[in-house]
Write a protein that binds this ligand. Sequence first.
Ligand code: ADP
Length: 307
Amino acid sequence: MHPQSIIVIGSSNTDMVIKTEKFPLPGETLLGGEFFMFPGGKGANQAVAAARLGGNVTFITKIGNDIFGKQALQQFINEGIRTDLIIDDSEHPSGVALITVDAKGENTIVVAQGSNGVLTTQDLSKIKTEIEQHDILLMQLEIPMSTVLYAAQTASQQNKKVILNPAPAALLPDEIYKTLFLITPNESEAEIISGTKISNDESIKRVAQKIKDRGVKNVIITLGSRGVYVLTNVEEKFIPAPIVKAIDTTAAGDVFNGALTVAIAEGQSLSDAVIFANQAAAISVTKMGAQASAPFRKEISKETTSH
Ligand code: ADP
């Protein structure tokens, strides 16, 4: 079967990281250690993960007229992502995250959303027809909620599948739930969305049911090294992740969502798509970095994907 087309609408950031023995106190200047610059942003991470795994991916994001935006764009092109719908912002800088990591591996992060924060419904309404032409829409919450809602409504009105990874955690507008084919919170996001604490397996199930009752077709709660809990109209089950030695879990959720979307676009069942996504995300936690750790298709082993 010809795989369905995927459109990711979301953020793009440049992460700038300085390693330091200890964090500076207010007013203090420190000479730190090494400096690294990485492409990031949940939207970009998920688009790159999906493209590396063989997805037919269009990415919509908003970038400033600066070196960071230009570099990000080149990176998307290198990854084989369709970029012609990316929106240029002449008024705001591209999104950046300033990150410090201390000797214990703790971090502090300050994000300047820049153009991500002004990716508006008006921007999307100009390319509504192009959005509608894609089969699956994948989004996160690093762009304005009104934009996410508009895109979700636009796609679902055309009977397209909408997948929402509700990260970073935020309360969702009531109207969005019925537009969603699938929602994929992690545990803390699921708690915030549902307003219910998770303490054991029973409460995971309760939280998933509560979210599903609002009108979402399928709910997947990701559980870190434990894998996921899936709730659909026909089944509910825990699906474990492969056991690996985790080195860096940054963007595990992003790789999971990118991979899941690719498998769904290929027509795999939700269970098989989860097995594939668990595998891809597990590989990513064995490597450093966000986009850098997203695996390529050939790295995913055949036996476990062909159930
Ligand atoms: P987030 O990164 O958004 O907080 P999770 O921590 O739930 O989300 O991780 C998302 C997915 O990544 C998990 O469902 C699982 O597939 C995979 N994953 C995360 N941590 C590990 C780990 N230590 N070992 C194996 N897989 C992992």
